[in-house]
Write a protein that binds this ligand. Sequence first.
Ligand code: ADP
Ligand code: C5P
Ligand code: MG
Length: 210
Amino acid sequence: MGTVIDAANKEANGSLLTDKKVTVVFVLGGPGSGKGTQCANIVQHFGYIHLSAGDLLRAEIKSGSENGTMIQNMIEEGKIVPSEVTIKLLQQAMEESGNDKFLIDGFPRNEENRAAFELVTGIEPNFVLFFDCPEEEMERRLLSRNQGRVDDNIETIRKRFKVFMESSLPVIEYYDSKGKVRKIDAAKPVEKVFEAVKVVFTPSGDQVAV
Ligand code: ADP
Ligand code: C5P
Ligand code: MG
């Protein structure tokens, strides 16, 4: 058994998360596909807590944690931070929230993220929301995001696209093979994308015909 997983498992034992039934939706899609934007809308309408793995990692850097420099370097290079770091932050945030419905945005980003989360928390997602968007559109959005992010520059953006294609898409394909992916055309305007998102979150009996 890997020591990383052992340590993380110990963290999970006896936690609230293992004792109660939680609803988890993984929100995936390339960088700039609109995950954060749509999660904010979903929170307002459907009572979920939004946890962005990227936001949690950036907060960890700001907090002056001992992992801060390592995380900063990985983000600047568009690389994926070791799972035990990200999973610990997600678990803490889930427990502190006191809620039981979570949108987990930008996670799992690779097979290691996926398998470790499942092993450590025992949680499987109810479904996976996948924002499908062409690279040219994502590039345009990232270059005009203006949030002062160290990774929204053209060199890092290209690296992030490569990591998405090589490491993250296989995770989406894995969930697709289990019938869990709800794919959304994310190239449309924000409001149109949210219309499609709403359909996914609305129980089929409640949908209003138009
Ligand atoms: P992600 O979290 O997937 O990286 P964001 O939600 O941060 O993406 O969106 C990236 C940028 O694109 C932001 O500046 C956001 O305002 C903008 N944006 C999000 N969705 C759309 C959309 N459907 N059309 C145009 N711009 C969008
Ligand atoms: O999702 P977001 O665009 O905010 O992620 C920014 C960066 O944070 C990623 O490019 C990656 O370096 C890091 N990250 C990670 N593991 C995750 C999510 C984000 O390493 N699961
Ligand atoms: Mg985001």
